[in-house]
Design a protein around this ligand. Structure first.
Ligand code: SF4
Ligand code: SF4
Length: 342
């Protein structure tokens, strides 16, 4: 393990940025932050979660896929993919690091999504343990340890120091880059920090939320439950919950006539939208209840059924903070199962 004074973190950022683009959760206003490419003067957000997750760095909200021009029966295709080379992402929380595993299973399973794969291969993910988890956090429900955040390098703020530990080859290369600015250290302070985080996690209001009643094989038990009508009643179908969610991965592909050919691009879509997956015969899900149910059945039943029990929620709490009508996955879980004390 290696450490430096936390107050010197900007020196670490400057050193890394000499070698490759570095993205950090940067302050953009009071209590607001977003992942952005670091440049001198950018301040690290010390709160927990950015409004949007670091998913955007691997699966951007909108991106061009290909350009083409047609002339008679001829078509000229331009591949717009470009390898932008290695980059680093600092300050990823344990829940968001786990969300990459969920996304990997979608985008890296054959047929591999080469756009996503190239960014994942080029990225060094430096995670940061959550010294002060918030009341909306429930990562523990999904077996995630906020004190053991994973990624290529794990980091902890322990006392006056920030401590780094490499988990992969890419992580070791990252520690080499910051080597001169850091010094070797024991893991005692980190162990104390992990214990402190575990105690806080136990005391959080959602610490007793469980996945009991969910998981693969529960479709018949849950699909026709009467509670879906009441749960979905207030949902506006705005899609905010899907756009802030680190694990939501649905997108639409569209063509845009640029005046100089056609740009085929993809952009995030939402199962909460009334036109989602609309086909020539019409729409699969005609009511907001059906759309709402799809979102939560996918996260809590269909996805784990097809992915060795892995849930497609990481308990980041973003949807708890951002839904305009205060509906969220926690309310769904409490209503349909999932709380020890109910
Ligand atoms: S659950 Fe909330 S955030 Fe999600 S679509 Fe419905 S109203 Fe919007
Ligand atoms: S469903 Fe909500 S709590 Fe779960 S990962 Fe998505 S935004 Fe986070």
């Amino acid at each position: 393990m290696r450490k430096c004074l936390y107050k010197d973190i900007h020196k670490i950022f400057a050193r890394v940025a000499e070698k490759m683009p570095l993205y950090i959760p940067a302050k953009t206003g009071d209590e607001k932050a977003e992942y952005k490419k670091w440049s001198e003067g950018d301040e690290l957000f010390e709160g927990l979660n950015t409004v949007k997750s670091p998913k955007d760095l691997f699966f951007p909200q909108s991106e061009d896929l290909v350009r083409f021009k047609t002339e008679g029966k001829n078509i000229e295709i331009t591949d717009v993919r470009e390898d932008k080379g290695p980059f680093a992402v600092f300050g990823v929380r344990a829940c968001d690091a786990k969300s990459f595993e969920v996304l990997d299973r979608v985008f890296l399973t054959e047929p591999r999504d080469s756009y996503y794969a190239s960014r994942r291969e080029n990225a060094t993910v430096v995670t940061l343990a959550c010294s002060r988890p918030s009341e909306t956090c429930f990562c523990k429900t999904f077996g995630i340890d906020a004190g053991e955040p994973g990624g290529d390098v794990s980091a902890w703020i322990a006392g006056d120091d920030i401590v780094f530990s490499a988990n992969t080859e890419k992580g070791s290369a990252f520690l080499d880059i910051i080597g001169e600015l850091t010094e070797e250290c024991s893991c005692d302070a980190v162990d104390r920090e992990k214990e402190k985080i575990a105690v806080i996690m136990e005391r959080l209001p959602l610490s007793d939320l469980t996945t009991d009643g969910f998981g693969g094989g529960k479709t018949e038990d849950l699909f026709n439950r009467a509670e879906w009508a009441e749960l979905s009643e207030a949902c506006l179908g705005c899609g905010t919950c899907t756009f802030v969610c680190p694990t939501c991965q649905c997108y639409d592909i569209k063509d845009f006539k640029s005046g100089n050919g056609v740009v085929r691009y993809r952009c995030w879509d939402s199962c909460m939208y009334s036109e989602f997956t609309k086909m020539a015969h019409g729409n699969n899900r005609l009511t907001q209840k059906e759309r709402f149910r799809q979102r939560f059945m996918h996260k809590l039943v269909y996805y784990p059924e097809n992915n060795d029990g892995l849930y497609s929620c990481v308990g980041c709490g973003r949807c708890l903070k951002s839904c305009p009508v205060s509906m969220n996955i926690v309310k769904v879980m409490k209503k349909l199962g999932g709380k020890k004390n109910d």
